[in-house]
Design a protein. Structure first.
Length: 361
């Protein structure tokens, strides 16, 4: 079958790989329909391996070596492993991609995204940029009939945005600013809008991204110079209750500090691969909270994401292009890196289902 395999930096090959084995207890075998890629995939392609266990076996997944990419995808059930309930062959399901043990302290506390043996499909073991994929059933949720295929492929990143919103503690009517409204930031705007946050201020260096953010629920847009520090020229200090930094840049962090009002909260969503400096005295004197977010809580956030996608036109606003799996590198990963993409890139990987696989394993 065709799959996009990561072999190292700037080395992703769409090649023939062996079919997955039959699903074991607790697993589903999916005929993947659509996948999506994001900045994490592009960063792994350009600068990795940051996540892929190419040389050291991953402690959670046990994977070692080249890896099939793809952590944002949905498919149709081709076969079910023993003990799997609530799913049927042919049914559309989305996966949250993150896998947890269910036994450690964090899992028992309802925080499976912090599981001590956590791993992610497509980052730490084979994922969904392939014609077929094995997934733990606990990571999956049925796709509602009203949810389109394109929308279903966006469930995992939207679940991340919903968890970020929850971590930010934004109450209905509270003001929020989202700095960086690209891939995940645009979903955060949609999540805030769904929760009744108002006003929502979107900040970015790209006017086209801001237009999308407004269609997703932002009440105000701020276009900034990427070399500028702070946004006081357009937004007053003490402007919002919560500032959500989704750009992963030093300037974005400065924007968040400049805009949040005293007693407010800063949420870090963007991944900062370099150490950053913060004025701790300013944080203390204004009694600011700084918190972070990681992945999502699958049992809560994935069904909510699918419901939101089924009941809104969110997907219509955020999809930039749909490409074939064979065009992944040039029209997907490189296009993202070169900022030639203004929204999500969806990847068609579906093929005709094999009727021999429609059995319970």
């Amino acid at each position: 079958m065709r799959a996009a395999v990561y072999h190292g930096p700037r080395d992703v090959r769409v090649e023939d790989v062996p079919e997955p084995r039959q699903p074991r207890t607790g697993e589903l075998l999916l005929d993947v329909q659509l996948a999506a890629i994001c900045g994490t995939d592009s960063s792994e392609f350009l600068h990795g391996p940051r996540f892929a266990p190419l040389t050291t076996r991953h402690p959670g997944s046990g994977h070692l070596g080249p890896i099939v990419l793809g952590h944002e995808f949905f498919g149709r059930v081709a076969a079910l492993g023993a003990g799997v309930e609530g799913f049927d062959v042919g049914q559309r399901v989305a996966t949250g991609a993150g896998v947890w043990c269910g036994e450690c302290d964090w899992c028992r506390a309802g925080r499976p995204n912090l599981c001590e043996r956590y791993y992610t499909l497509g980052l730490h073991t084979d994922g969904g940029l392939a014609e077929r994929a094995l997934v733990p059933a606990i990571t999956c949720a049925p796709v509602p009939d009203a949810c389109s295929d394109r929308a279903a492929a966006l469930a995992q990143p939207l679940a991340i945005a919903l968890h970020a919103r929850d971590r930010a503690g934004v109450e209905p009517g509270a003001s929020a600013m989202v700095i960086g409204v690209g891939g995940i930031g645009s979903f955060v705007v949609a999540a805030l809008h769904a929760a009744g946050s108002s006003p929502i201020v979107a900040v970015d260096v790209d006017a086209r991204r801001l237009e999308v953010a407004e269609r997703l629920g932002a009440h105000e847009s701020v276009l900034v110079d990427p070399t500028a520090v702070g946004v006081r020229s357009r937004v007053n200090a003490d402007a919002v209750d919560v500032a959500i930094e989704a750009s992963g840049t030093e300037a974005g962090l400065a924007h968040a500090l400049a805009a949040v009002r005293r007693g407010g909260r800063i949420l870090l969503v963007g991944q900062h691969y370099q150490p950053r400096s913060m004025d701790l005295l300013d944080l203390t004197l204004r009694e600011l909270e700084v918190t972070t977010t990681l992945a999502h809580v699958c049992p809560q956030n994935l069904p909510e994401a699918l419901h939101l996608l089924a009941t809104t036109d969110l997907a219509e606003h955020v999809v930039d292009r749909v490409i074939d799996l064979g065009d992944l590198v040039e029209d997907g990963l490189i296009a993202l890196a070169e900022r030639r993409v203004q929204g999500k890139v969806l990847v068609e990987v579906a093929r005709e289902a094999d009727p021999r696989l429609g059995d319970r394993g």
